[in-house]
Design a protein around this ligand. Structure first.
Ligand SMILES: [Cu+2]
Length: 142
């Protein structure tokens, strides 16, 4: 009886492993479907091509500052979210980054996976008139 129970637990474990494997395959497929947003800062304006962003998908925000001025890309959308910032050969990562500062003519990349739907505003803290937003949709990844 005890042996039988152990066997049941074992087969349950195997099923769970199989499920993990399928999940791993799926998330590999998801990596190919990485969504990328280009944000260009030009003449004190955020230029973004607004594409609907899906939740739970690896997201890359590539920011380029074309101005001769320092700007900031800050947003509450990163609150509590694990994010990775790559800029000038430096990679930093952590939970809840507030945003990043971009010196003149510099570029940076933020990688994260968004789980909260809705409109997420971003702004430049140096120039309060500079604002933009990203729309995150709660749709199934097909
Ligand atoms: Cu600015």
């Amino acid at each position: 009886m005890v042996v039988k129970r152990v066997r049941e637990v074992l087969s349950g474990g195997r099923l769970w492993l199989a499920a993990c494997f399928v999940l791993a395959l799926c998330s590999q497929g998801g990596a190919q479907a990485e969504q990328r947003i280009e944000v260009t800062i030009k003449d004190f304006t955020f230029l973004t091509k607004q594409i609907p962003l899906r939740l739970g998908v690896a997201t890359v925000i590539a920011i380029t500052n074309q101005d001769q001025e320092r700007h900031d890309f800050g947003s509450a959308m990163f609150d509590g979210v694990q994010a990775r910032v790559e800029s000038g050969g430096i990679v930093s990562y952590g939970k809840g980054i507030g945003g990043l500062f971009l010196d003149a003519k510099k570029a940076a990349v933020i990688r994260f996976t968004m789980e909260r739907p809705g409109r997420h505003e971003f702004r430049c803290s140096i120039h309060p008139n500079m604002k933009g937003e990203l729309l995150l949709l709660n749709v199934e990844a097909v």
